[in-house]
Design a protein around this ligand. Structure first.
Ligand code: ZN
Length: 470
């Protein structure tokens, strides 16, 4: 059992108070609470005490694996020569014969690589290179041979006219994970890092298809490697599967793949299946046609409390109204504007530029909006995402969709909804509420002016101090 914690001189809803945490909840709030001998005392120095942040959409295993991988896309890698260089540098750090895993690739670096293109840049070991969308891997020839990929029947394996693998593998993480049999990546460094941002909970939005992947997450929660509350979605394949203990159950993740749109009837039937099992859905939509299809499927299948659209990267005005009519939540990632906005300026239709990663217009239309990082696909620090929601500036300082800017307070609010209701009522610091908290070094007004994780002084989850700044 955690010892009681006394937070002295903290700012709660504008008032200077002390706050006692006991048995995992906020036990008392008031001026001049008396410390007891058992208390762990933290001096707040007038800093704001907030509900801890919940990141409503990220990918834990991919995040942890990315930390053990080579960054192979912009801004670290900008061209063919630098890609070859980082792959060869990584080669020198790896055991002979070990896999080289590289992530974050974008076509701007060296085109749409196939096995031969990657062979030309690879050291002599199996290499797999993930596209920054997360949807595609390119394998070099040594990797293809190692896995005997030619003999597998997965529909995601792209083949040339002679039937041989081209090296491109689309949405086949389940196949690759089963074949490569790497140990699950180390989750403790990720859990510790998220705690430094004030994150007390995450929703892992991966469409996991295998219970073993959930087992790795549950084990990390059990051991405290992940000290946060973890909600998982899982794909439709795991609909009827019991979750391992320690994980919260989120919506069913449904992917609308822009490379191969599902039939409307299939999509509607997946939604109906999830709803019939008492689960909402979280539908991945990153283009305008995907959003049209998702909304048509919702029209067909009906909606359920907690249904959400993930990303909603491109939403036309009529789609915003449609979402509002259905009461569907959008879980957005403002960080994409900051990190990829310059590419969007080049690559996205001019007509759609103002419709990218909407925020202000969704809120104005009454659509609940939850915030997230989609880490590792944007930086895992929610404070960066908040800054992006406020200023909407790309790396090259271009304002993208400036009409979608929101206030710093609204940006913070994107991360204060409950895990099962992103964009719903904010959690509060109140007696009887879970002691899931983020203590800042500074008052709220200062924190909102700065929006930086450097202001996080301590993070508490279920009454346990999981991070304290030195
Ligand atoms: Zn995602």
């Amino acid at each position: 059992m955690n010892p009681p914690v006394l937070l002295r001189d903290v700012e709660v809803q504008g008032a200077a108070v002390d706050v006692r945490l006991h048995h995992g909840v906020v036990a008392a709030i008031g001026p001049g609470l008396r410390p007891s001998a058992a208390d762990t005392v933290i001096h707040g120095g007038g800093g704001a005490l907030l509900p801890g942040l919940h990141d409503h959409h990220l990918h834990l295993l991919a995040c942890a694996a990315a930390a053990e991988s080579v960054a192979a896309g912009p801004p670290e890698v900008e061209d063919r020569a630098s890609l070859g260089r980082v792959l060869h540098e990584a080669d020198g750090r790896l055991a002979p014969g070990a896999w080289l895993r590289a992530v974050g690739y974008h076509e701007a670096v060296a085109g749409d690589l196939d096995r031969h293109g990657l062979d030309a840049l690879s050291p002599p070991r199996p290499v797999r290179l993930q596209h920054r969308s997360g949807a595609r891997w390119t394998l070099n020839s040594l990797a293809i041979d190692r896995l005997a990929l030619a003999e597998h029947a997965h529909p995601g394996i792209e083949r040339d006219s002679a039937g041989g693998p081209t090296g491109r593998v689309h949405r086949a993480d389940d196949l690759l994970a089963g074949l490569i049999e790497a140990d699950p990546p180390e989750l403790a460094p990720l859990g510790a890092r998220l705690a430094t941002y004030g994150v007390i909970g995450v929703t892992d939005a991966t469409p996991y298809r295998r219970r073993s992947e959930l087992a790795a997450l549950a084990e990390a929660v059990r051991t405290g490697a992940l000290p946060q509350r973890v909600t998982v979605t899982g794909g439709i394949d795991l609909l009827g599967v019991d979750l391992p203990e320690g994980l919260g159950r989120g919506p069913v993740k449904v992917i609308i793949d822009d490379g191969a749109y599902p039939a409307l009837v299939t999509l509607a039937s997946d939604i109906a299946l999830a709803h019939a099992a008492g689960r909402p859905v979280a539908i991945h939509c990153v283009t305008r046609p995907a959003a049209v299809l998702a909304l048509a499927a919702w029209d067909e299948a009906g909606t359920h409390r907690g249904d959400r659209m993930e990303h909603g990267s491109v939403l036309a005005p009529e789609q915003v109204a449609h979402l509002a009519r259905h009461g569907i939540t959008v879980v957005t990632q403002p960080g994409f504007i900051a990190e990829r906005g310059d590419d969007y300026q080049r690559e996205v239709d001019a007509d759609d530029q103002d419709h990218l990663y909407r925020c202000a217009s969704l809120l104005a239309a009454g659509v609940p909006v939850g915030g997230s990082t989609d880490a590792p696909y944007t930086h895992a620090d929610p404070w960066r995402a908040m800054r992006a929601a406020v200023d909407r500036r790309t790396r090259h300082a271009v304002a993208l969709g400036p009409a979608e800017r929101i206030s710093a307070r609204a940006a913070l609010g994107l991360f204060l909804g409950a895990s099962d209701h992103p964009g719903g009522a904010e959690r509060t610091v109140a007696v009887g509420q879970p002691a899931d908290l983020c203590l800042l070094r500074v008052p709220l007004a200062t924190a909102l002016a700065q929006l930086t994780a450097e202001n996080v002084a301590a993070t508490v989850c279920a009454g346990q101090v999981i991070y304290e700044a030195s």
